[in-house]
Design a protein around this ligand. Structure first.
Ligand SMILES: Cc1cc2nc3c(=O)[nH]c(=O)nc-3n(C[C@H](O)[C@H](O)[C@H](O)COP(=O)(O)OP(=O)(O)OC[C@H]3O[C@@H](n4cnc5c(N)ncnc54)[C@H](O)[C@@H]3O)c2cc1C
Length: 394
């Protein structure tokens, strides 16, 4: 029996890495800090790209199609500027007989449930309540310590332990980048039959000119309100204040339908190196990079990291030099992808929060001209994603 690979973190990316390794028939131990019955607050990553569905299907038959069946497709995308519509595109319903849909929209916790079930079926040894405290690498493998004092040996560690990654700390690498100004308040609203319209509203009059994005998902929708200069998160994101301003945006909303209120400050950070000097640690997902969510690059690119990590670990398994080379190539390739994704997400954020008066004026001018020059409306629709999603470099 070969040494197992130790995956740290049972978020969507760690679960995907475990499945990708099992698809190569590698034994996997998955160490997760939280208990099995944890509650994940907020809907977080909703948009699962069609390429991600195909990737998941390829490593675990049925996983991609199950996510597609549980999620919803938006049937219209609409963009407004100060109360006036500047863009609308309707989409025909997807015919399931034609294969996987171009994307699906569901809560991140639901995606994690589907992937966890798949891991259990695939024979991943999942250990909840096992926070990793230390990782030591040597030329022949890794030793991982958990908080209960137990040590685990393996051939490699996949660090999928998120933004505050302990595994990253143990590689000695640091995160570099910038923090965006301001914050976003994201309110989740339960709705068994949400209006399947994704609506971007620039300078919404009912939100005192703040930007508002409404994203439907299975059994609910997200209302994302962008802060303005001088806003205090403690004030506008308090339950009392949310109850006051939310009805102006979405109509009367009974309190019990508000399932979560989250405040996010968006970071653009990338680890200097996605591996360690012995090429035994591979950082993936938010352990390796943090992007603002516009363009849905975080989890979706994390899935690609996870599959690339599994491919690298299983390349030249019987030749340490060839294997180290494959892991080094993984680190270089995924670092470059993270830089491209970060640049695109940063462009999206700058569009949403124009850094200069001229940039803001350009947005307003595009909105005024959109009725005569449709490509200005298209630009206002697509710019919050950084690049068109079909061009996203995962
Ligand atoms: C509002 C919002 C909307 C978003 N929308 C999208 C979207 O539509 N599409 C998209 O692709 N992305 C989106 N994202 C980003 C996405 O949520 C993240 O990229 C994703 O959660 C990263 O997954 P991960 O598995 O890398 O990390 P995490 O989800 O953070 O998982 C890390 C796991 O590691 C565990 N852990 C931590 N420390 C340890 C330790 N020491 N030992 C063991 N386990 C540990 C944690 O408990 C956790 O289970 C969004 C984010 C936000 C905030």
């Amino acid at each position: 029996m070969p040494d197992p690979v130790i995956v740290v973190g049972a978020g969507p990316v760690g679960l995907c890495a475990a499945l990708a390794l099992r698809a190569h028939d590698v034994p996997v131990v998955l160490l997760e800090a939280d208990p099995v019955d944890r509650h994940r607050t907020g809907s977080r990553a909703l948009y699962v790209h069609g390429k991600s569905l195909a990737l998941l299907e390829s490593i675990s038959q049925g996983a991609g199609s199950e996510l597609a069946a549980r999620g919803v497709l938006w049937n219209v995308r609409r963009t407004l500027y100060r109360g006036k519509q500047v863009y609308e595109k309707e989409f025909p319903p997807h015919d399931p007989a034609s294969g996987l849909p171009p994307f699906t929209s569901l809560r991140q916790s639901e995606t994690e449930h589907v992937l966890l079930d798949a891991c259990e079926r695939a024979g991943v040894d999942v250990r909840w309540n096992h926070p990793v405290t230390e990782v030591v690498t040597h030329p022949g493998g890794v030793t991982v310590a958990t908080a209960d004092g137990v040590t685990w040996s393996g051939s490699h560690v996949v660090g999928a332990d998120g933004a505050r990654s302990t595994v990253r700390r143990c590689t000695g690498t640091s995160l570099n980048g910038t923090a965006a100004e301001g914050f976003h308040v994201v309110v989740d609203v339960a709705d068994s039959t949400p209006d399947l319209a994704r609506v971007m509203h620039y300078e919404h009059p009912a939100a005192e000119g703040r930007g508002v994005l409404i994203v439907p998902y299975a059994n609910g929708f997200q209302v994302d309100v962008q802060s303005r200069a001088g806003d205090s998160a403690d004030v506008i994101a308090s339950r009392q204040e949310v109850r006051r301003w939310l009805p102006a945006l979405i109509g009367p909303t009974p309190t019990e339908r508000i399932t979560a209120i989250s405040v996010y400050r968006f970071l653009q950070l990338i680890a200097d190196d996605f591996t360690d000097p012995h090429h035994r640690i591979l950082l993936v997902g938010e352990a390796a990079h943090l992007f603002p969510p516009f363009g849905a690059r975080g989890m979706n690119s994390g899935f690609v990291d996870a599959q690339a990590a599994a491919d690298a670990i299983t390349t030249g398994r019987h030749s340490p030099a060839a294997n180290a080379e494959a892991v080094a190539a993984f680190a270089t390739t995924r670092h470059a992808a993270a830089e491209a994704n970060s640049a695109a997400a940063g462009a999206a954020l700058r569009h949403l929060r124009p850094p200069t008066a001229a940039a803001r004026l350009r947005r307003g001018a595009a909105a005024r001209l959109a009725s005569v020059v449709p490509r200005f409306g298209e630009w206002l629709e697509h710019a919050p994603y950084g690049t068109r999603l079909s061009e996203v470099r995962h």
